[in-house]
Ligand binder design. Sequence first.
Ligand code: SF4
Ligand code: SF4
Ligand code: SF4
Length: 283
Amino acid sequence: MKHGEGGKWYDNARLYSNELADEHNLREYLEEQWKAMETLFIRKIMGFSSIGLGYKMQMPIIGRVLRWAAERQIHREGSGRNPIQADGHFGQVLPMEDAQHILGNLAAEPICLNYCVCRWMQRGVKDAVCINFGQLSGVIEKLGRYVPSDKFYISREEAIEALERQNKKGYVASVWFQPVPYINAICSCESPECGGLRLRNDFGLKTVYKAEYIVEIDPDKCEGCKQCVSMCQFGALRYLPSIDRVIVNLDKCFGCGVCRHVCKHDAIKIIPRAEVPGQAGNY
Ligand code: SF4
Ligand code: SF4
Ligand code: SF4
């Protein structure tokens, strides 16, 4: 099912199955991709390095070609994809409830909790917040640099709890194909460390889609305390002194729902993106 065609692609149980991974011989792909994560982080698009990519993307002809090539790489399906470039690796932001539903009902076992590659590469920080599962767990187990010494394999219940802890801390939940159509990761991301969010926010590449939801703030309940503003990783919330309320820029909202956790006045909820005419289909 193509993204946005009337349903949640991540609710399809088959996309998590070990059988699907075997059918497409994806273990080999995952081993190659994960062994080369450090290289992948400085990956090139058509021979152009990522240094100064923003400028190159703005160039009239080269920029257009680069964008086309990058999108093709990100969404490539089937044969010919290159694991060293992580072809076919993209994801979508999720609210906590959907991520927990996946971990409780759909994720293939075994489930593991490992260090986030993006934070490690960007800041040298080891933060065990990535929840991976199915055949990917066995691949990561062999890569000591991503494996926490205290605990690696976790139960479904522990995964659900870990996700909640991370989400309440302000991390954005996301679900990932690697590669499409095999789903094997629920991440807890932060911007700009997350490679996927960075490519999306800085260059508009569809490495990460917006959630199926969008935020709604009740102006009658909002007390203007501003607590929610700093929780938003996408700069979608702004305090307006003239009305002493927070307002949302719907175009910027990814629907992660993280801002809800700090509102003591129950003023924030998320609603289906499809119910907001100007935002339906804006992924
Ligand atoms: S996608 Fe998110 S959690 Fe996963 S490795 Fe990157 S920042 Fe970390
Ligand atoms: S946290 Fe709640 S009450 Fe405070 S500004 Fe945000 S929406 Fe308003
Ligand atoms: S405003 Fe939207 S993007 Fe920002 S934290 Fe709230 S739900 Fe997430």
